[in-house]
Design a protein. Structure first.
Ligand SMILES: [Zn+2]
Length: 486
């Protein structure tokens, strides 16, 4: 593949004449330099793309259907200095910056880019900033800055650049916007004057609703089928039109049939996660694929954690100890996952006691994709409760999506009473210790209570391998739907 010398300027590079007439000296945006032999075509000088990209950094692929050469920049360095996140790319790229208030993450997606180095984390640990995490998404590189608290930020660099700079500093003015994950519903009247879908990189998109005043909204979330419904109490809608589209969007249903309670429902082609920002004149629902979704299921590493062990017996009813049942369920799940080609690691295989933090720590240390803690329930009152509950940590979007997907799979396959996916903050203010360690790590973890040991019918099921097989099949189905989308 040959390209004219003019390709250099679009790659942020420049050239100089070489002492060798058959070569040209190239200096890349990031300062790499070297000489490349040119090829004469119709008296014009052309550069071989492979040699050029080898010098400046990057990759190319030929899309024969579209007859276009796709260029992928390399993210060469990520650092935090002078209160500024600095990301250097081998050539200019477009990027988007989104702040997830619920989990205090600043997410930078760099279009048509890829991380080259093996490094996946840059420790910062100062000024309220914990770390930058680095990862490759389907067609962009993603840098996630984990914050300890809300800190204002400002994008300093140009929209397309090889040196992305985002200042993150308490000295910046506080944003006027109020960002809440679950806003309180109110009845302040407001008019929705426009609805549009803004596609961003890959499958990411924003639902932007222009409002006459600061509105209120709540979100209902579903995974089967995948949809996100925005309830707009107090809102009025002139018409039910919207503009824009996204490849991951099946349809947008705008319903104004109940006066004062319009809804906008995004019907999705795959499981997505969201964050909602309500500003004075607009509401923005940012939608993206969940963490660790995409790719092949067989490439995923899943840590299964049979709860309790050793002297920590868990619930004990009629001589049945939870710690033993958990291991049996975990074994069943491990073989069901192996059958799908996934890699499985168990936190314990024998009857040993283990600390709560050590379990998720193991998942982080072995770079797992998912953490699933297996438990059985008991409320201490004979035969008083039945069914399955699935817990996620606080309101972290990806663990919530995983809990919904797995819970749906398990309830479908076992036919057990659906006691809903729940946030672990419904149990304790700071959530479950076994899930807390995974907070802000990008590794989705959940805890499943597979039935009530104090209820005879549930206990008999938990003791049967047939029920445990159904449980395992349901968890696998949920995990697969999270990874593969539907
Ligand atoms: Zn337990």
């Amino acid at each position: 593949m040959l390209a004219p010398l003019s390709v250099l300027s679009s790659l942020g590079a420049s050239s100089m004449a070489s002492t060798d007439a058959g070569k040209v000296a190239v200096i890349s945006a990031s300062g790499e330099s070297g000489e490349i032999a040119t090829v004469d075509v119709n008296k014009g000088k052309m550069l071989p793309m492979d040699k050029l990209l080898a010098l400046i950094g990057g990759e190319s692929s030929w899309d024969s259907a579209a007859k276009t050469l796709n260029l992928t920049a390399h993210v060469q360095s990520v650092e935090f200095a002078d209160e500024t996140l600095k990301i250097n790319c081998s050539f200019p790229a477009a990027y988007s910056v989104v702040y997830w208030a619920s989990s205090k993450k600043l997410i930078v997606d760099i279009a048509s880019s890829k991380l080259k180095s093996e490094a996946r984390e840059v420790y910062i640990g100062s000024q309220g900033i914990l770390r930058a995490r680095l990862g490759n998404q389907t067609d962009c590189a993603r840098i996630v800055l984990d914050l300890e608290k809300d800190i204002p930020y400002k994008v300093i660099s140009d929209p397309v650049t090889s040196q992305i700079q985002i200042k993150v500093s308490e000295s910046l003015p506080k944003p006027k916007v109020t960002i809440t994950q679950q806003p309180k519903s109110g009845r302040i009247p407001f008019e929705i004057t426009g609805i549009k879908i803004d596609a961003r990189d890959g499958d990411n998109f924003d639902l932007v609703m222009a409002t006459s005043a600061k509105g209120s909204a709540s979100v209902a979330y579903g995974v089967s089928p995948p949809e996100i419904k925005v309830n707009l109490p107090g809102g009025t809608l002139e018409n039910s039109q919207y503009v824009g589209s996204s490849p991951v969007l099946k349809d947008v249903i705008i319903d104004k049939s109940t006066p004062g309670k319009p809804t906008v429902t995004l019907q999705l082609k795959r499981i997505m996660v969201y964050s909602l920002n309500i500003e004075n004149s607009q509401m923005v629902l940012s939608v993206r694929p969940p963490d660790r979704s995409g790719g092949k299921f067989s490439d995923k590493v899943i840590v299964i954690d049979p709860g309790h062990g050793g002297n920590q017996k868990g619930a004990c009813c009629s001589g049945v100890m939870e710690k033993d049942v958990n291991v049996k369920i975990a074994d069943e799940l491990a073989s069901a996952l192996h059958a799908q080609g996934a890699k499985v690691i168990l936190t314990r295989t024998s009857d040993v006691a283990m600390g709560l933090a050590a379990r998720p720590e193991m998942a982080l240390n072995c770079s797992a994709d998912f953490f699933i803690s297996i438990h059985c329930n008991s409320n201490g009152t004979l035969n008083s409760a039945s069914g399955i509950e699935t817990y996620y940590h606080k309101y972290e979007p990806s663990p919530m999506a995983l809990a919904y997907a797995v819970h749906m799979g398990v309830c479908n396959s076992t036919g057990m009473c659906d006691r809903r996916p729940r946030s672990d903050s419904s149990l304790y203010g700071s959530g479950l210790a076994v899930l807390r360690r995974l907070e802000n790590t990008g590794l989705p973890g959940i805890l499943i209570e597979c039935g009530y040991l104090n209820t005879a019918s549930d206990r008999n099921k938990l003791l049967s391998s047939e029920y445990r097989k159904k449980l395992a099949a349901g968890i696998v189905e949920g995990l697969k739907s999270y990874v593969e989308g539907k």
